[in-house]
Design a binder for this molecule. Structure first.
Ligand code: MN3
Length: 243
C-alpha cells in the first residue's frame, strides 16, 4: 500500500468524511437524488438535530410528536400500502412512486406524499440563527422573484393562503425556472396529479400538527418564525443537483 493511500485513509478517518458520506446515502435515496434500491422498506432518517434544537421557533414537544407520531405514521402506512398494492420496495424509488401516484390508492397517495414531504422538511431546517441563500440559488431567486424579501413574501402568502392542511413549495420546473406553489393534504409537486409540477427545493408544512401547540390559530406567526430555521445550504445543494 502506497503512503499516499495510507495518508488519504488517515485523513478520511480523522475528518470523519467516510462516515458522513455513508450516513448521507439513505438520505439522498429518500429524497430521490439517487435512483433506486430501497434496502428493506421506506424508512425515516434520524433527525439531524435534537427535538429542542429549533426552539424557540418550533418547540421540542411539537417536533417530537411530529417526527415520532405523525411522520412515523406516514412511513409505516406507506410500507403497508406497498405490501397491499404489490409495490416492490427494493426496486421502486419514492420519486417514481410519486410520479405515477394516480395508479394507486388514496392511502398510497397520502402516505407516499407524507413520507417524502416530511423527510424533506426535517432536512431543510437547522437551528437558528437565520441564514440566506447564496451562490447560484440566490441569483436564481432574484431572477424569478426580485429581492429575497419579495420571495419570502410570496412564499409566505402561499403558505398562509393554503386552505386547510397542506404545504407551500419552492420548486424548480422542467424549464429550470423557480416557482412557488402550494398543495393540499400530503400532495406534492412530484405527483403526476399535481396542478403545478416540479422538483421540490423547499417545503413548509402548514398542517396544524406542525404548529398548533405553540401557535394555536396563528399560522402567520409560525410561518414568519420558520424563516429563522431554513437550511439554505441544503436547499442550494438540491438546486445545484437538479438545474
Ligand atoms: Mn406534518
Amino acid at each position: 500500500m502506497s503512503s499516499s493511500i495510507n495518508s488519504r485513509r488517515q485523513f478520511i478517518k480523522q475528518t470523519g468524511k467516510a462516515s458522513i458520506a455513508m450516513a448521507s446515502m439513505p438520505l439522498m435515496h429518500t429524497l430521490g437524488v439517487l435512483p433506486i434500491n430501497q434496502e428493506i422498506n421506506f424508512q425515516q432518517i434520524s433527525l439531524p438535530y435534537a427535538y429542542n434544537a429549533l426552539e424557540p421557533f418550533i418547540d421540542a414537544m411539537t417536533m417530537e410528536i411530529h417526527h415520532t407520531k405523525h411522520a412515523a405514521g406516514y412511513t409505516k402506512n406507506l410500507n403497508d400500502a406497498c405490501v397491499a398494492e404489490k409495490v416492490d420496495v427494493k426496486t421502486t424509488s419514492i420519486n417514481s412512486l410519486l410520479a405515477s401516484i394516480s395508479k394507486y390508492s388514496t392511502k398510497m397517495r397520502n402516505n407516499a406524499g407524507g413520507h417524502y414531504n416530511h423527510e424533506l422538511f426535517w432536512q431543510s431546517m437547522q437551528p437558528a440563527p437565520a441564514s440566506m441563500p447564496t451562490g447560484s440559488l440566490a441569483k436564481a431567486i432574484e431572477k424569478s422573484f426580485g429581492t429575497f424579501a419579495d420571495f419570502q413574501k410570496a412564499f409566505s402568502e402561499a403558505a398562509k393562503n393554503r386552505f386547510g392542511s397542506g404545504w407551500a413549495w419552492l420548486i424548480i420546473n422542467e424549464k429550470k425556472e423557480l416557482a412557488i406553489c402550494s398543495s393540499a393534504n400530503q400532495d406534492n409537486p412530484l405527483m403526476d396529479i399535481a396542478e403545478v409540477k416540479g422538483y421540490p427545493l423547499l417545503g413548509l408544512d402548514v398542517w396544524e400538527h406542525a404548529y398548533y401547540l405553540k401557535y394555536q390559530n396563528k399560522r402567520a406567526d409560525y410561518i414568519n418564525n420558520w424563516w429563522n430555521l431554513v437550511n439554505w445550504k441544503f436547499v442550494e445543494e438540491r438546486y445545484i443537483a437538479f438545474k
